[in-house]
Design a protein around this ligand. Structure first.
Ligand SMILES: Cc1ncc(COP(=O)(O)O)c(C=O)c1O
Length: 408
């Protein structure tokens, strides 16, 4: 049974109250055939785990085949080229210079690598972040605080909103790095990074943007943003599964950074097995550590190819249309939004603050409606380029049914 059939009798009319008419010519649905898995569920969880492209199975099968058939020769024959190929796709998606992106196992490690190259000697020993950044990187910054970095957390306003002006005001001559999320994971608030990056530059500070919740659903152009460093990962909007994250470092800056979190693959000539002192690679390998995680990168590649192929503008246009549709239903059902209403302020996720959100979420997951919840903002639901309008309507109706059941 397709998700559209399941419970279809109970679903609202597609052009029902509160929702705009569906698009009759949604060209992005062409890409849906690359994601057979989305036929089995109502997939509204791409802010947490994007759907698996069908190309992943073949990519990993080929990896195993190469390992089996070619053994150690696989490194030179194909594996060593993989990180640059996948990083090249990330560069295309980010509008970044060739050779400016390195791959990592996750965003936390990518940021750790970047920050380990920054000089935090007083008086410029501050890192400015926000209270709404992802906990994993906040823990990392806490670790830096134990090593003498002064961490300044810009607090949120009402509704967990971060004001760009508050971040700008926190930056001064003592700031070494401004590190913050472009789209906040909890509320999906989209921040305007440009004035923050401008102020950082004026003050002589570096920027490190966590773009995990933006890249793949919101257009990100590192040069237009004017940021020094930017990290993101594969699991969510990029449909690349766990194990691959990327780090952009502006090439002019990269040449000056000497990461302390490093490894033999960051060396200019790793296969010289030189015992030191370290000589960092002049290219993006400078930010590598030990042996690269080839199977993860191969799993990520089909998703990156698809996102690069579609282009961010088309994904964003559809995201804005479908999230508007969801907001229409939320208004209709009388739910408070935990995410911003204004298009320019919202990322790809809509949060609806329903009663008993955790229980409702569990019931929906058991019924193949994939979504999640976060304390304080309620249920988080995200359409993506593979989502049909009727699935939006059905998912919102299913949420309403479960909210009623949980209340009764
Ligand atoms: C904005 C943001 N940053 C970082 C992370 C965690 O990244 P990783 O697990 O790759 O370190 C997440 C994951 O949910 C996130 O939403």
């Amino acid at each position: 049974m397709s998700p559209a059939d399941r419970g279809a009798g109970a679903s609202p009319a597609v052009t029902g109250p509160g929702a705009a008419a569906p698009a009759s010519d949604d060209a992005l649905l062409e890409w849906r055939r690359e994601f057979p898995t989305v036929e089995a569920t109502l997939h509204f969880i791409s802010h947490s785990l994007g759907a698996m492209p069908r190309g992943v199975e073949e990519s990993l099968r080929q990896y195993a085949q190469t390992w089996k058939a070619r053994g150690i020769r696989a490194w030179d024959e194909s594996w060593m080229a993989v990180p640059a190929e996948v990083a090249g796709l990330a560069e295309r998606i980010l509008g970044a210079e060739a050779g400016s992106v390195s791959l990592h196992a996750n965003v936390t490690l990518a940021q750790a690598s970047a920050l380990s190259g920054v000089d935090f000697t007083p008086p410029r020993n501050r890192l400015v972040c926000t209270a709404e950044d992802f906990p994993s990187v906040l823990y990392l910054y806490e670790g830096l605080a134990r090593r003498g970095v002064e961490v300044v957390r810009v607090p949120a306003r009402e509704g967990r909103r971060i004001e760009e002006a508050d971040v700008v005001a926190a930056i001064d001559g003592r700031t070494a790095v401004v590190a913050l999320s472009q789209v906040l994971f909890r509320t999906s608030q989209l921040l305007d990074v440009v004035p923050i990056a401008r102020r950082a530059r004026e003050a002589g500070a570096l920027t490190l943007i966590d773009a995990y919740q933006s890249v793949g659903t919101v257009p990100v152009d590192v040069r237009a943003l004017g940021v020094d460093m930017l990290s993101g990962g594969s699991i969510k909007w990029m449909c690349g599964g766990p194990g691959t994250a990327y780090l952009y470092v502006n090439p002019a800056l990269a040449a000056r950074l000497e990461p302390a979190l490093t490894g033999w693959f960051a060396h200019e000539r790793p296969f010289d097995f030189d015992s030191g002192p370290m000589r960092w690679d002049p290219g993006p390998r400078r930010f590598w550590g030990g042996t690269p995680s080839i199977p993860s990168y191969l799993a990520a590649r089909p998703g990156y190819e698809i996102i690069a192929g579609i282009g961010a503008a088309a994904i964003r246009a559809k995201s804005l249309r479908l999230t508007e549709r969801m907001i229409g239903w939320a208004d209709e059902f009388g739910w408070r939004l935990g995410s911003p209403r204004e298009p320019a302020r919202r990322g790809g996720t809509v949060c609806v603050d329903v009663p008993n959100a955790e229980r409702v979420c569990q019931a929906l997951l058991a019924a193949d409606v994939l979504l999640d919840h976060r304390p304080g903002v309620g249920l988080r639901l995200a359409p993506h380029f593979y989502t049909r309008d009727d699935e939006v309507d059905l998912a919102m109706r299913r949420v309403r049914e479960e909210v009623a059941r949980a209340a009764g």
